[in-house]
Design a binder for this molecule. Structure first.
Ligand code: GLU
Length: 442
C-alpha cells in the first residue's frame, strides 16, 4: 500500500508556524517513503474562510518548497460526498436525526459505538478513551451543513489518506474520527499527533511572542531553507549533533520514532543562528542581492553608492550575517558619515583615560602608511601597542568605535581596509574632536 498523507489547513487567517510544521512533517514522511503529499483546503467555515487566506497557504507552501502531488482539494467542493456519507450512516443506523437544545431545527447525530476506543499514535504512544466519555455528537447542523469531524473524515476517505499527521490539539477529535471511519466501513488511517510549539514560558507560541506566521519570516527576509530546516527539527531529532541538513538528508533520515512527544520550544536566537548558517551557504551573487534589498528597504543605502565599494562591504559581511533584517543597523556606517553612536560603547571605549591619546597616535601612524590594507594596518597597530606598552585591545576598541559608532562588527583591519584611508582618517579626527576631551592630540 502506498503512503498518502495530506496537509489540511483551514484558511481562516495567516499560516502559523505550528501549522506549516505539520505540513513539513507530512511532506518529509511522504518523500521518505516515496508516497504522496496532498493538499486539502478545509474551507467549509464560510464565514471565516477567505480567498486571501487560501492564497496565503499556497504562497507559504510554494515559498518553502513544499510541493504537493495533485491539485488542491477544496472541502466545499466535496459536499455531495459528505451528504452521501451521512445517508449511508443513517441507513446503517450509525446516525440519527434529533433536535439539539441550542439549534432550532433538526440536526443529525452520530451514534458512538458504546465501546472504548484505543489507537496507537506514532508520536504519543497508546491513546485510549472510555466508552462513557465518548458521547454521540452532531455531524450535520440544522442548516444542513456538515461539521468539521464529518467533512474531515469523509475527505480523508475520498483522498485515500493512509496516515494522518497533525497537531496534537486534534487528539481528542481522533477518537470520534476513528468511530466514523469504522462506521463507514473503511480502514482507519495511522495517526501521528505532533507536539505543540511553545514559548519560553511553555505556553502555546503566538504572535505575541514574535514572528509566528510564515509570512512574518518571509517579510523579514529570512531564508525559506533555514525556516524549513529549523521547523523540521522542532520536535524531531534525527540523532547526532548535525543540525544543518540538506533536504535530501532530512528526507532520508525522517522517522516518527525520533519525534518527541513533549512540547517543542521556539527559540528565535537559535533560528537566527541557523539562518546565518544558510546565509553563508548562499552564492555571493544571491547574498549581495538580498543584502542590498535589506539595506535599500531600510533606507540605509544612499543612492549613488559606488558599486565596487558596496560589493566589498557585502563580501565582508557575508560570513557574519545571521539575518538580513539586522543588517541595516550593523552596516549603516559604511555608507554615511552621520552614523549613530552607541553611547554606552562610546563611554566605555572613548572616554576611558588614555584612549584619546592612543587614538591620536594611531591616526598619526595610519596616515603615514603607504598601503592602507589589513596587513600593514594590523602591523601598525601592534607596533603602537608595543611602543606604548599597552594591550592591543586598548587601541582596537576605541578605533572600532571611532570609525563605526559600534562595539561589534567585522574584523577591524578588514573593516578599515574596506572603509579606506579617507574615511578612516577623517572619522578618527571627528571622534577625537567630539570625544577626545582635553586629551585629544596628547
Ligand atoms: N483544518 C484542520 C486544522 O487546520 C485539519 C486538521 C487535520 O489535519 O485533520 O486544524
Amino acid at each position: 500500500m502506498s503512503i498518502r498523507v495530506r496537509f489540511a489547513p483551514s484558511p481562516t487567517g495567516q499560516v502559523h508556524i505550528g501549522n506549516i510544521r505539520a505540513a513539513i512533517f507530512n511532506w518529509l514522511f511522504a518523500r521518505h517513503h516515496g508516497g504522496e503529499f496532498l493538499l486539502r483546503i478545509e474551507d467549509t467555515d464560510r464565514e471565516r474562510s477567505t480567498a486571501e487566506a487560501v492564497q496565503g497557504v499556497l504562497d507559504a507552501l510554494a515559498w518553502l518548497g513544499l510541493n504537493y502531488d495533485a491539485p488542491p482539494v477544496y472541502q466545499t467542493a466535496q459536499l455531495p460526498r459528505h451528504q452521501e456519507a451521512v445517508e449511508q450512516l443513517l441507513r446503517a443506523g450509525h446516525a440519527y436525526r434529533g433536535s439539539k437544545g441550542d439549534e432550532g431545527g433538526e440536526v443529525t447525530f452520530f451514534r458512538m459505538p458504546g465501546t472504548d476506543i484505543t489507537f496507537e499514535d506514532s508520536v504519543k504512544g497508546t491513546m485510549s478513551k472510555k466508552a462513557e466519555d465518548l458521547k454521540d455528537f452532531v455531524i450535520v447542523r440544522s442548516n444542513g451543513t456538515p461539521v468539521f469531524h464529518l467533512a474531515n473524515v469523509v475527505d480523508d476517505v475520498t483522498m485515500g489518506i493512509t496516515h494522518v499527521i497533525r497537531g496534537d490539539d486534534h487528539v481528542e477529535n481522533t477518537f470520534r474520527h476513528i468511530a466514523l471511519f469504522r462506521a463507514l466501513g473503511v480502514p482507519v488511517p495511522a495517526y501521528a499527533h505532533l507536539p505543540m510549539i511553545v514559548n519560553a514560558q511553555g505556553k502555546p507560541y503566538s504572535k505575541r511572542d514574535g514572528a509566528a506566521f510564515v509570512g512574518d519570516f518571509r517579510a523579514k527576509g529570512f531564508l525559506p531553507e533555514a525556516l524549513f530546516n529549523f521547523l523540521a527539527l522542532l520536535g524531531w531529532s534525527p540523532g547526532g549533533d548535525k543540525e544543518i541538513m540538506t533536504r535530501r538528508e532530512m528526507i532520508d533520515l525522517f522517522e516518527f520514532k525520533q519525534v518527541k512527544s513533549s512540547p517543542a520550544q521556539m527559540d528565535m536566537r537559535k533560528f537566527e543562528w541557523m539562518n546565518g548558517e544558510y546565509i553563508r551557504l548562499l552564492p555571493e551573487e544571491d547574498f549581495r542581492r538580498q543584502f542590498r534589498q535589506a539595506l535599500e528597504s531600510a533606507g540605509a543605502l544612499p543612492s549613488g553608492t559606488d558599486e565596487l565599494y558596496f560589493n566589498r562591504v557585502a563580501t565582508l559581511m557575508h560570513s557574519r550575517t545571521r539575518s538580513f533584517p539586522e543588517s541595516p543597523a550593523l552596516v549603516a556606517f559604511f555608507f554615511r558619515e552621520d552614523f549613530a553612536w552607541d553611547e554606552k560603547v562610546v563611554k566605555k571605549r572613548l572616554h576611558k583615560p588614555g584612549a584619546a591619546a592612543l587614538l591620536a597616535a594611531m591616526r598619526e601612524r595610519f596616515s603615514g602608511l603607504d598601503c592602507f590594507t589589513a596587513d600593514p594596518l594590523e602591523k601598525a597597530l601592534h607596533a603602537l601597542a608595543a611602543d606604548k606598552g599597552v594591550e592591543i585591545g586598548e587601541i582596537i576598541h576605541p578605533v572600532r568605535v571611532a570609525v563605526s559608532g559600534l562595539g561589534v562588527g567585522p574584523g577591524l583591519f578588514e573593516m578599515l581596509e574596506v572603509l579606506g584611508r579617507d574615511r578612516v582618517l577623517s572619522r578618527l579626527a571627528t571622534a577625537l574632536a567630539l570625544h577626545g576631551g582635553n586629551e585629544s592630540g596628547a
